[in-house]
Design a protein around this ligand. Sequence first.
Ligand code: ATP
Ligand code: MG
Length: 438
Amino acid sequence: MANEHLNALLLALESSPENIPLRKMVATEYIKEKSWEKAEEHLKFILQYEPGDGEAKFQLAEAYYHQRAYSTAIIVLEELQEMEADNVFRKILYCRCLLKDGSIAEARQTYMEIIRMDPKFEDAELDKEFRLTGQSSESESDEEFLERTLGMQKPSVKFSDVGGMEEVKKEIELKIIKPFQHPELYKAYGKKVGGGILLYGPPGCGKTHIARATAGEVNANFLSVGINDVLDMWIGNSEKNLHNIFEVARQNAPCVLFIDEVDALGANRSEMRGASGRNVINQFLSELDGVEADNEGVLILAATNSPWHMDPAFKRPGRFDRMIFVSPPDQPARSSILEIMLKDKPIENVDFNKVAKRTPEFSGADLKALIDVSIEAKLMSAFDSGVPEPIKTDDLVKAGKKMVPTTKEWFAKARNYALYANESGLYDSVLSYLKIKK
Ligand SMILES: Nc1ncnc2c1ncn2[C@@H]1O[C@H](COP(=O)(O)OP(=O)(O)OP(=O)(O)O)[C@@H](O)[C@H]1O
Ligand SMILES: [Mg+2]
């Protein structure tokens, strides 16, 4: 192979072998040519004269790596790490060497450090080893993988399938559906579109249900993400996961991105207090803010049972500046929930109002359980009598008597926060639900 440039350099080096800058140029040429053995020879020479030359050391490690002398490369790189711990390129090579050398735990640790330094780092081989396991197909991108595993849906439920929750529907309409349908109007008034709505309240009262119905209402895709899953999926890779999830939502716009258990990204969670926790939160905030990519067509809803655990940075304007209390359904709401839930069931003259009256404090989930219990009882007697009978009012009332509403426990806790940590009236709606005067 004729490399005139290299030949000229070599000729010059013959007459002045101790010219280190010249020798560096020679080494670099050999690296370009992938002549690793030759490169190694020159780099060693250089390092005898200039043992502190980080660049030459790194190149030497590269030369060893390509000659499969992984453990030697590791030794060289470890010397380098001490000199410059925050150099990401060196860490990447180090990580590769560790992996090849069979030091999987150390390699993983290093990989985590790399991701922390550069959340967008991508490397087919390392990602395959340390990121989401179960990534089946080689050709599948991260986004495609997430799309498949997270389960993108196109819900058919609409607001009409949600009983009660009139206030919540109105807020969602105003804050995210209207801006989504008429972005130009909002722009004309200089109103920034963006941010999301945070739904909070006791379990089983329809947070997930209304989020799904929001997608159905605007005929959008629905992507539901439990934030705890993101945090667990790959230790140390949460930032990248978060980024990819938002990317999937953007690519599938219009899309409702529903982030469940968002309190896991909490200021009060000890595991979120450290540096890596902070990184995850910052990544989340910049995705929300649409710093790197436009969130147009992405409607963001989040839900939590423990809003008091959330990082205050989330509640700033343009983020989750609208917190909505999703209370247990009141009597009329319970009545319409029952009606919705029994729509396709065999019933006869059910007085929904009467059942609603007898089920104070029941959540939507409780009502669902109540219906399940009644149906089971009906089934049992159908087995005995051989005659299937429709569900009647009394069946439901009877089933309700045996049940305790599951929302009580939540209010016992929420009450304290609402009374003693009610900054700027955050929990006023909880207080008014509990009929406590401010
Ligand atoms: N207002 C409602 N109208 C119709 N169905 C409802 C309503 N509220 C709750 N449900 C039903 O009750 C069940 C529980 O609701 P959902 O899962 O939305 O509660 P959640 O607030 O998300 O609870 P968690 O905090 O435990 O996640 C669902 O099957 C849902 O369909
Ligand atoms: Mg839910």
